[in-house]
Structure formats: C-alpha cells, structure tokens
Design a protein around this ligand. Structure first.
Ligand code: HEM
Length: 359
C-alpha cells in the first residue's frame, strides 16, 4: 500500500476512515435527508478531485512539443476514466431524487447562500478543460466570487491562487489543438518544405467536394418538393460558407483544423488509429459532461421547480444554459463539414500512413 509506507496499514487507517466519517454533520444533529444531501455532495467532490488529477495528466501528456506516439494510449486512459466518472455521477442524481420537495425545503434555508456554484473544484476542471470565459453565461468571470471570498480568508485565498494558477496554464483543449496541428496531412509533415501549399491544396480539394455535396443536396431536396427550393439552396450555400470559414478563418488555412479534418476523414488509416481514438475519447468525455449537466438540471427541476438558486442564479434555466456549453468546439465543428468516403479527396502518400493499395 502507500508509497514509502510500511505496508502495515489497517483498512481504516489507510483510508483515513475515522477522519472521513466525522465530516457528515452528525455533530449538528441533522436528519437523514440532510445527511444524504451532504454525502452525495461530498461524493461528487471526491470524484471531482480525481477528475482534476486525470485531466491534468492527460493535458501534460499532450502539452509537450513532441508527443511520443506510445504516450497517447495513456492520455486516452486518463480521459476514459474521467468519462466513466461523469457517467457514474450522471446516474448518481437519482439518489438525490429520493429527496421530496418538502423534505428539501425543510433544511434548504439553513444552506444560506451555499451552492454548487461555489464548487471550486468544478471551476478548476472547467478551466483545465479549456472552457472559455467568454462562452460562459453572461460572460461570467468564474473567479469573481472566489476573489470576494478570498478577502480576509486564508483558505479561500489559497483556492483563488489555485484557480489563478490553473488559468495561467495551457488547457487540455489548447494542448490537444497544438498536438493536432502537427498531424501529417496527405503525407506532408508539419514544418516541412512545401507543407503550407500541400495542406492548402488538400483543404481546397475538400472544399470543392463539400460545395458539390451541398449543391447536390439542394437539388435533391428540390426534387422531393421539400420546402422552398430557393431557401434550401441558400441554406446549403450558407453551410458551405461555414465550412470555408471553419477551415480557412480570415482566408488562411488553420492547420490544426485541417489536421482534425484529415484524421476524421481518413479514420481507417493505421497510423491515425491512436489520434482518432484520442479524439473520440475527448468527444465522449464532453458528451458525458453535457449529459451530467443536463441530468443535474432535471433533478433540480423535480426537487425545487423553477425557483432561484441559493447561489443567486435563475436556477434550472441557468443549469440548462450551462448544458449548451461546448469546450472542444472544433471537434464538434469538424463533424458538420465532413463528406462521405467516396467524395473525399484521393489519399496521397498512402504508404506514409501504413496503408498500401492492396491492404
Ligand atoms: C437537492 C439537490 C440540489 C439542488 C436543488 C441543486 C440546485 C442547484 C442550482 C439551482 C444551481 C445553480 C446555481 C445556484 O443559483 O445555486 C446549482 C449549481 C451547481 N450544483 Fe447543484 N443542486 C443540488 C445538488 C447538487 C449536488 C449533489 C452537486 C454535487 C457536487 C451539485 C453541484 C452543483 C454544481 C457544481 C453547480 C454549479 C454549476 C455551474 O455553475 O455550471 N448540486 N445547483
């Protein structure tokens, strides 16, 4: 057991159970509803602690200037565990749903302004993942409440310093995009001679295919008599413009997005197995978080309706709005602009990706 320990632990000492089990409010003589409310919160906070650990490690792996390919499986494992934790937590709300609205009201006033809104661990993993402040509801600064609390309170000051430190570090999203930017595209290596031209040629060919797909879709739908054909054509033209500005923001190719497009388009290439597995793991993680946020909102709606939260937000409406957050936007965005395999640009330098014409 524990590194450097004698190995001669008792179960209770190893887990610090005596200390742990003194923290559920028994000394305040609370009822079983409130104890269960505390235990569920504490359980989540313990999981949050593990989530921060897993995500930091994944971020550190991807954050290097060079990421050895055999490190990627470890990053995938950290992300996979985090996803399972979110799935577990999403299911854990059902325990809270055994609390009746009346049962909750009986002790709610005692919470004062305490709210999950002040969960500094939640803010830390959001920052670590890369949730942009501008994307938060009302452009909310996640640190402002902690700044207020830090005045004259040493523990809160430590928390604030911890969050500020997290803000100053690269996020998982940034690290992942830096890594994906270095993807060899059509056999062209990042930084090699002629790479910019090769990547641009790939993007232009993809965009031509995308335009053709949009035009065909507009024609097909006109054939079905679906809606107004001119409106459909305008919608498809707008979809194509969206693909252009995604891949070439301000007219310049984004190599990172081109890398993502390449990985998603040629998923079957052996050399892309780990990159696509990693991307899948991140998408799965964000999906599990969104579902977790969503199920929190449903639980809250059931227990306290649409009253305002103890943290002062609109309550359920606020929570529903947070489930619209998407951190890994480009991973979601690339899905909108893919074309089916027969339409994608012909693969160049297939042998580079461990693929031969016969295989
Ligand atoms: C009866 C149970 C619960 C109710 C009624 C409830 C209600 C709310 C409400 C209304 C908010 C919005 C902020 C506010 O104005 O207060 C909120 C936020 C939050 N709650 Fe809960 N909650 C409950 C249980 C939990 C549990 C068990 C956790 C686990 C740690 C939790 C974690 C959070 C977090 C992290 C936020 C911040 C969300 C964000 O800002 O994105 N809640 N909760």
């Amino acid at each position: 057991m524990g590194e450097g320990g004698s190995g001669n632990w008792s179960y209770a000492d190893y887990l610090q159970l005596h200390e742990l089990l003194e923290l559920q409010g028994d000394d305040r003589n609370i009822n079983s509803d409130e104890m269960h409310f505390i235990i569920v919160h504490q359980t989540f906070e313990l999981w949050f602690k593990q989530v921060i650990r897993e995500l930091s490690e994944a971020r550190n792996i991807l954050g290097g200037d060079h990421v050895p390919e055999d490190d990627i499986p470890r990053a995938v494992d950290h992300l996979g565990r985090t996803t399972e934790i979110f799935r577990l937590m999403a299911n854990q709300w059902t325990v809270l749903e055994t609390l009746t609205p009346q049962g909750f009201l009986a002790f709610r006033d005692g919470l004062g302004s305490a709210s999950g809104f002040e969960s500094f661990q939640m803010r830390e993993f959001e920052i670590l993942l890369g949730l942009d402040n501008d994307d938060r509801i009302g452009g909310m600064d996640p640190l402002s409440s902690f700044r207020r609390m830090a005045e004259g309170d040493e523990r809160s000051a430590t928390i604030l310093a911890r969050l500020e430190n997290a803000m100053s570090q690269p996020s998982l999203y940034e690290s992942m995009m830096n890594w994906v930017e270095r993807t060899p595209i059509m056999g062209s290596s990042y930084g090699s001679k002629g790479d910019a031209e090769n990547v641009r040629a790939y993007i232009e060919t993809h965009l031509e295919a995308h335009r053709a797909v949009c035009e065909e879709a507009a024609e097909r739908s006109a054939g079905w008599g679906a809606g107004d054909p001119s409106k459909m054509a305008a919608r498809m033209a707008a979809a194509h413009d969206g693909a252009v500005s995604f891949l070439m923001p301000e007219g310049e190719v984004s190599r990172a997005r081109a890398g993502l497009l390449f990985i998603e388009s040629y998923r079957e290439l052996p050399l892309l197995t780990w990159p696509r597995t990693l991307i899948d793991a991140i998408v799965e993680l964000e999906e599990s978080m969104v579902k977790w946020r969503h199920s929190h909102a449903r639980m809250v709606e059931r227990i306290m309706g649409r009253r305002i939260g103890t943290g002062g937000t609109s309550g359920v409406d606020y929570l529903d709005a947070t489930s619209q957050y998407r951190i890994f936007k480009d991973l979601w965005g690339v899905r909108t602009i893919l074309v089916k395999p027969e339409k994608r640009p012909a693969l160049k330098n297939a042998e580079f990706y461990g693929y031969t014409a016969e295989s």
